[in-house]
Ligand binder design. Structure first.
Ligand SMILES: Cc1cc2nc3c(=O)[nH]c(=O)nc-3n(C[C@H](O)[C@H](O)[C@H](O)COP(=O)(O)OP(=O)(O)OC[C@H]3O[C@@H](n4cnc5c(N)ncnc54)[C@H](O)[C@@H]3O)c2cc1C
Length: 417
């Protein structure tokens, strides 16, 4: 350990954190305990080194898949645990909070949520063919939606899948695809009917579960250098007549947008959990530091200028936590209870993602500032958290688009975009 580390900042390991855990179900707490145990094998130094090298955390993925965690919200007959998004959110929250941050959580993130629409809309034969190997860790999947020329206007996406006999030929470009360098499968949203030929832009999109085979002609990747979470690669993906079997199609052709929405609300909950984990981890470090660091003859945490911003950040995290687990509960309830509408689920999941991302940003920024110069040093880890906490503010849907959505759908204001 270098001379920079002059204070002991024991890392939060699940239960050893600031978060109030009362009110969670026994199952959620069991998930938290088991995941904390796995994550305790991966200390801060592991994550700092992987952030520096950009190397994928294969070992964590292996440990989580070995114990069946990737299938936490998938049916037991496929090798999953048959739990819900409430438990999956707790899992990703706990991974992030262990000090692994977004990088640790994102090592399995897409495999947990993007498999939800596959489990729901694929045929029984497809489910058996596609999901058990993802759950047991033999395969890894990436999720391909975003395109360079359409951004958040997902319905305008232009990557085409053109039917040709027993195959589809895919051409187009995706961007920001996480884990594509290590993935062997992709869950892909592409146009099967050109935008000009559909009545509504939400029509004519289809969802595919495809082999992601870099040795096959027509598929190229280019890694994007990025600000944080560098252990997880982000990529531009180029398809040029890349051929896939026709039975890669999930659900009905042209219905892909409706199908993928099923996974998107789940993803918002998971990402909210990841943001919360990061915020609590940062706050834990900042409050420990503020107790120990003495300047002007007293701990800096004795100054209200340090104490109050941290207390305020804690309360915002706790409020966002309630919104997040409320949204996850509604999501799970809506799978069996028709009185919980998809509109209610959508508003709750989007609101939770927004609130958690903002609370995490506040906690991370204030933690860096509370550590003063050491907040800026890699060795204290909070600068890494601050870099990572921008992701839930931007992706998978930005703060601005969530406000547009709530403004229009809840407040009934004119659509602004
Ligand atoms: C680290 C990382 C990992 C990612 N992983 C994946 C992945 O695995 N798979 C995948 O498909 N995608 C992934 N994404 C992409 C992510 O979902 C997009 O970056 C996100 O949806 C934003 O799209 P954009 O970058 O094209 O922004 P743009 O659409 O270009 O928007 C830029 C800015 O303009 C604002 N804006 C645009 N229109 C309006 C409007 N009408 N009103 C107000 N504000 C507006 C937006 O809010 C945003 O702030 C990832 C992104 C990041 C950063």
């Amino acid at each position: 350990m270098s001379g920079l580390r002059c204070f002991s900042l024991s890392p939060p390991r699940g239960a050893n954190t600031l978060m109030e855990t009362s009110g969670f179900s026994d199952t959620q707490l069991q998930v938290r305990e088991a995941i904390s145990k796995i994550c305790s094998k991966y200390p801060d130094e592991y994550w700092a080194a992987h952030d520096e090298s950009g190397e994928y955390p294969l070992e964590l993925h292996r440990d989580l898949s070995k114990d069946g965690w990737i299938g936490i919200a998938l049916p037991e007959y496929l090798g999953g645990a048959g739990l819900g998004i409430s438990e999956a959110t707790m899992m990703l929250h706990t991974i992030s909070e262990s000090g692994a941050g977004m990088a640790g959580a994102q090592s399995i993130h897409a495999n947990v949520y993007a498999t939800q629409p596959v489990a729901k809309f694929a045929t029984p034969e497809q489910r058996q063919r596609m999901l058990p190997n993802l759950i047991n860790g033999t395969w890894r999947a990436c999720f391909g939606v975003t395109e360079p020329n359409t951004g958040l206007e997902t319905l305008k996406l232009r990557t085409q899948a053109i039917r040709s006999g027993d195959t589809y030929k895919i051409s187009g470009q995706k961007i920001w695809i996480s884990s594509a360098q290590v993935a062997t499968k992709m869950i892909l949203l592409a146009r099967t009917t050109p935008l000009e030929e559909v009545q509504k832009p939400s029509e004519g999109l289809s969802l595919f579960f495809i082999d992601f085979d870099r040795q096959q002609p027509g598929l190229e990747l280019k890694r994007i250098k990025k600000m944080g979470g560098r252990a997880i690669d982000a990529n531009e993906v180029f398809f040029d007549n890349y051929t896939i079997p026709a039975d890669s199609l999930i659900g009905k052709e042209g219905q892909g947008f409706k199908i993928v929405l099923h996974g998107m609300n789940a993803e918002r909950c998971l990402l909210a959990g990841e943001a919360l984990g990061l915020g609590y981890a940062a706050l834990y470090r900042a409050s420990n530091y503020a107790k120990e660091r003495v300047v002007f003859g007293r701990p800096i945490g004795m100054n209200q200028g340090i104490q109050h911003p941290l207390a305020d950040a804690y309360m915002h995290l706790e409020a966002a936590k309630l919104a997040t687990y409320h949204a996850a509960r509604l999501y799970d309830q809506s799978t069996t209870d028709e009185t919980v509408t998809q509109a209610a689920v959508g508003v709750a999941c989007n609101s939770a993602k927004y609130l958690a991302a903002e609370a995490a940003f506040t906690a991370c920024e204030r933690s860096v500032l509370s550590l003063g110069g050491m907040g800026y040093a890699q060795e204290y880890h909070v600068e890494r958290y601050l870099r990572e906490c921008f992701v839930p503010r931007i992706a998978p849907v930005s703060r601005e688009m969530i406000m547009n959505y709530v403004g229009e759908k809840v407040l009934g204001l004119p659509r602004s975009y």
